[in-house]
Design a protein around this ligand. Structure first.
Ligand code: ADP
Length: 446
């Protein structure tokens, strides 16, 4: 009794007293104060032993230290309260899926924002899935299944979701998975953000860009043709300075055509209008064609070496997209190599479960501070701008978009002044088509 916290003594005394009177078993929690003044919480349990005449002979009991469990319970309770408070404060729809009971809890936003009735019974993951647009449903389902199979914690997906009035909105869904000690998934907690406005703006922007680019193409093509005719003396012989001016107009026109084509390429991928058509392809021949095409640009300044690897000759790729990748990497390697006589090495090999394309140059390299940005659209490093005024900053971005869509990856190693090596990997099945990859791509957005 001495150890019992002074505030709990009365309570403990009366419970034991009552048990003595009623001869019932008893159970209670109380605090004790240790000699070092630390407080612990104990859980006590006991029963009363009486003889045949009903006289109490003894009281038996056990005490268990439950301080740590109590602390954990309180922390859980606090974090649960915080979760509910955040859920109530946001207009995003927040959900909590219990994978053991297969039920799904939503915050009030499901009612206030999407107009669904607040039900007494819980919603289910299937209910949510059935309200996803039919064209997106299989993809989302597959990516959730893949998420649960993998050991990933986070997941992001975009899909169209049906509101109570039957209309659809664009959603960005971010979730994380809680797993038990055996790594088995037990809960998925996430939020559904309405991104319809953002999507609408993106669609308008893409439409505008593609319309303008298409409109620019026709006059540019005729400008190119006409300047070519002028400079070849088709109309009249030109003076040397006239010829010089016309050639400058011609090269600017070619550059603009190139820019418009790259913008169109990017916008068709970004809007998902591009179809990937993987077929069995002689990849070595494709690479060789690209090298042959680029050789005049290299103007015998640089040498390109490539030895086809027979074990990686036939691969399932989209020939146009694959050629575009090789073309962009090769042009960069040639354009950013200023030293005469330098060599560019190209290889395409099967390395374990992947195909790896490598383009290595000994050119100007990429400055350290520029390295994190070079796959962003329109980004160009300072040394590249100085060396070549005519870049668009879209070539690598385009490669990245193609690979994101087809299940590949791109990375590089580079040192300023030493050169760069770009690597592209494709899965062993080659390039995937949009549908196959869409399900898997969720992991990267995650
Ligand atoms: P562009 O070459 O038209 O500027 P890219 O998207 O192809 O656009 O490349 C983006 C930037 O990455 C370049 O401006 C340059 O700074 C850098 N870069 C790409 N390839 C190389 C390379 N082989 N050597 C040095 N810098 C490179």
């Amino acid at each position: 009794m001495q150890l019992i916290h002074p505030d709990d003594r009365e309570k403990v005394g009366s419970i034991i007293n009552e048990a003595y009177q009623t001869k019932q078993s008893f159970e209670f929690e109380h605090r004790i104060v240790l000699p070092n003044k630390k407080i612990r919480i104990l859980h006590g349990k006991g029963k009363v032993i009486s003889d045949e005449a009903g006289n109490v002979k003894a009281m038996l009991g056990t005490s268990q230290d439950i301080t740590e469990r109590k602390k954990a319970d309180q922390a859980l309770h606090r974090s649960d309260e915080r979760f509910r408070a955040v859920s109530a404060a946001t207009s995003d729809v927040v959900y909590d899926i219990d994978l053991q009971t297969n039920t799904m809890w939503f915050n009030d936003a499901l009612n206030t924002e999407y107009n669904y009735p607040q039900r007494r019974t819980l919603y289910t993951p299937d209910w949510r899935l059935n309200h996803i647009h039919a064209d997106d449903r299989e993809r989302v389902k597959a990516s959730i299944e893949a998420l649960l199979d993998r050991q990933d914690k986070t997941w992001v997906s975009e899909y169209r979701f049906r509101l109570h009035d039957g209309t659809y909105i664009d959603i960005r869904d971010r979730a994380f998975v809680l797993r038990d000690t055996d790594r088995k998934p037990i809960r998925i907690i996430g939020s559904m953000l309405d991104i319809s406005q953002q999507k609408e703006l993106e669609r308008a922007k893409d439409k505008f860009i593609s319309l303008v680019s298409h409109q620019l193409r026709t006059p540019l093509t005729s400008m190119r043709l006409l300047t070519e005719m002028l400079s070849s003396g088709y109309a009249e012989e030109l003076t040397v300075s006239q010829h010089d001016y016309v050639q400058k107009i011609e090269s600017s026109t070619v550059r603009m055509i190139h820019l418009v084509n790259e913008i169109l390429g990017v916008s068709s991928i970004e809007t998902g209008r591009l179809n990937v058509r993987p077929t069995e392809t002689d990849v070595c021949a494709l690479i060789q064609t690209q090298i042959d095409e680029i050789t005049p640009l290299a103007e015998q300044r640089v040498k390109i070496t490539y030895t086809p690897d027979e074990t990686a000759r036939t691969v399932t790729v989209d020939p146009t997209l694959f050629s575009q990748i090789v073309h962009n990497l090769l042009t960069n390697a040639v354009r950013y190599t200023l030293r005469d006589g330098a060599t560019i090495h190209v290889s395409f090999q099967k390395v374990r479960e992947e195909y790896i394309l490598t383009v290595q140059d000994h050119g100007i390299g990429i400055p350290m501070e520029a390295q994190p940005h070079i796959f962003n659209g329109f980004y160009r490093a300072n040394n590249a701008i100085k060396a070549r005024g005519d870049g668009t900053g879209l070539g690598l971005y385009l490669i990245r978009l193609i690979l994101d869509m087809t299940g590949g990856k791109i990375w590089f190693k580079s040192q300023e002044g030493e050169g760069s090596t770009f690597y592209v990997s494709l899965p062993s099945c080659g390039m995937m088509n949009n549908q196959m990859n869409k399900a898997i791509i969720q992991k990267t957005q995650a």
